[in-house]
Design a protein around this ligand. Structure first.
Ligand code: HEC
Ligand code: HEC
Length: 490
């Protein structure tokens, strides 16, 4: 005990749970506000007896958690949807499911940091020491005694009445607690040590900073080198391994890189869909329910992303491209299209294998057998398309011209019903005044159409992209096409 005159408070010792509960009730009722109970075990009902309000900590944690979650979501929304858009598997940029893990993490992070810091603040921590801890008797607070401490700072505190109150509550001992006369401030030696450690801790950081900024001739320090340094041949660099200085060997004449290609010679029909330049009209794999089911399944994996589950050319990749307004996007063909119904199955197989116009081939990822299965599937969905009534009195040239329009794939971009697709519609085209890019106009006569086929981009129709591939037609085909176009003129 020090000789300090300054009083910290008064401490009452009790021997049982019942006593401390009764004492707490009485102290509360006497109007004290700055006081506390110390017990060796959790005492049920003590909070109520003391009139302790429920802690505000859960509210702080809830608000911090919600803030953290919202900030996490906002951060990802901004990064992925606004600042640095990146397509991942054609999914929307601002996908909520993808954000959930990070939102969860930021929620927990904010909530737990808030819980930790507010716990310190609410409890008035950190404290250098508590004068109670200097009382010999008080050591039993962790063992078998219960204590009530009234603070001298309480407005109701009075040396006589306060100690009398504790006695009247049945305290087995009442003691005054004095403030020790040592200073409450942190000792200078500890402050100095902490400052020194803090300064020293900056040195490694400063070293790293200066190393990072410095220009070095040697590769930088690698504590964990992983596979950063390894012997390898880099693309486009000279290697001494072979006499010609190249690291990779050129393809040997007469060899094929792909499994399918090597087999082409053995069974050209099966691997290319063509024999002697003619498309197969019968698939080398017979139609069966099992093959059809296989084709449908493979279609769903390899083709549906672009062509859509119901093959109307509007799969998720297409929808995404439209949503982004990609200017050069070509809509995947509606696989119910009429022009495909007249294609021999070998041609469908070829389109799937090596690609067609803007579509890449799938020979590398889909086996030949599966490609035939898909071709069967494509034909199976086509038969459901209604091609409409045929006028028996029409000029046979019109039908022949329509065949050209379909088989030369003009219909992939042009329509006959007046609605522009990727290109102006053929309806009302022939003989009309065409507006060209650059402001000039021209009459769509035979010469212009011939020119459009051979030099499609020379005279660009107003408002369209230069997408059209040149088309080579025989004279007969051209004549039929013109008959067909005339039949569509107004
Ligand atoms: C990456 C998107 C994409 C995928 C995947 C895709 N296609 Fe295509 N496909 C297209 C586009 C785009 C076109 C139109 C190309 C054009 O007109 O330039 C097209 C055209 C076609 C055509 C029309 C050929 C013609 O003669 O007009 C067929 C048939 C076809 N695809 C079948 C398939 C099949 C079968 C698969 C699956 C093995 C597949 N596609 C996968 C984008 C795709
Ligand atoms: C890949 C899409 C595509 C295909 C396939 C295609 N075209 Fe075109 N075509 C276009 C586009 C785009 C334009 C408009 C821009 C231009 O004038 O080049 C166009 C323009 C034309 C024009 C001029 C139209 C006008 O308004 O002045 C004619 C005629 C034409 N195409 C005929 C054909 C014929 C016949 C075929 C089939 C042999 C065909 N096209 C196939 C995309 C295509």
């Amino acid at each position: 005990m020090s000789n300090s005159e300054k009083l910290h408070g008064v401490l009452g010792e009790f021997e049982s749970v019942d006593q401390i509960l009764a004492a707490a009730e009485m102290v509360k009722n006497s109007g004290y506000t700055k006081w506390d109970c110390y017990t060796p075990l959790p005492v049920h009902g003590l909070d109520a007896a003391m009139g302790v309000k429920e802690t505000r900590l859960p509210w702080v944690v809830l608000i911090a958690g919600i803030t953290g979650g919202a900030l996490g979501l906002l951060m990802q929304y901004w990064m992925n949807g606004i600042d640095y858009k990146m397509i991942i598997s054609g999914k929307p940029m601002n996908s909520l499911p993808a954000s959930i893990p990070v939102v969860f993490e930021t929620t927990v992070l904010f909530a737990s940091i808030a819980a930790f810091l507010s716990m310190w603040i609410f409890n008035g921590l950190p404290k250098w020491f508590n004068p109670l801890a200097r009382m010999e008797r008080f050591a039993r607070a962790t063992d078998d005694r219960f204590f009530v401490a009234l603070s001298a700072k309480d407005p109701n505190f009075d040396v006589k009445t306060s100690s009398a109150l504790l006695e009247s509550c049945g305290a087995s001992a009442v003691e005054f607690v004095e403030e020790p006369d040592e200073p409450a401030a942190v000792p200078t030696s500890i402050k100095a040590t902490m400052a020194t450690v803090a300064m020293l801790a900056l040195i490694p950081l400063a070293l790293i900073m200066s190393e990072r900024g410095a220009i070095k001739k040697q590769p930088r320090l690698h504590l964990v080198p992983d596979m950063d340094f390894q012997e390898k041949f880099r693309a486009q660099s000279v290697s001494g391994l072979f006499a010609d200085g190249r690291a990779a060997r050129p393809q040997i004449a007469g060899t094929f890189a792909l499994e399918d290609d090597a087999l082409v010679g053995k069974d050209p029909g099966f691997y290319t869909g063509k024999v002697d330049g003619e498309y197969l009209t019968e698939a080398p794999i017979a139609y069966s329910d099992a093959i059809l089911a296989r084709g449908e399944e493979r279609y769903g994996i390899s083709c549906a992303p672009c062509h859509g589950g119901d093959a109307n050319g509007k799969g998720p990749v297409h929808n995404r491209a439209v949503e982004l307004g990609s200017p050069m996007w070509i809509q995947p063909t509606d696989l119910h299209s009429e022009h495909l119904t007249i294609q021999p199955i070998g041609q469908l197989f070829e389109s799937i294998s090596v690609g067609v116009r803007n579509m890449p081939g799938y020979a590398k990822t889909v086996s030949a057998k599966d490609r035939w299965a898909i071709a069967h599937y494509l034909q199976s969905i086509q038969s459901t398309v209604d091609t409409g009534p045929v006028d028996p009195n029409a000029d046979p040239g019109i039908a022949a011209g329509k065949l050209v329009y379909m088989s030369k794939a003009c219909m992939a971009c042009h329509t006959t019903d007046g609605s522009p697709l990727l290109a102006p519609s053929f309806k009302g085209l022939f003989g009309s005044e065409r507006e060209l890019e650059g402001g000039t106009t021209i009459t769509a006569d035979e010469a212009y159409i011939k020119d459009s086929l051979l030099n499609p981009t020379a005279k660009l129709a107003k408002g369209f992209q230069p997408l059209m591939p040149p088309a080579v037609l025989t004279d007969q085909e051209f004549a039929d096409l013109i008959t067909f176009l005339k039949s569509l003129a107004d």
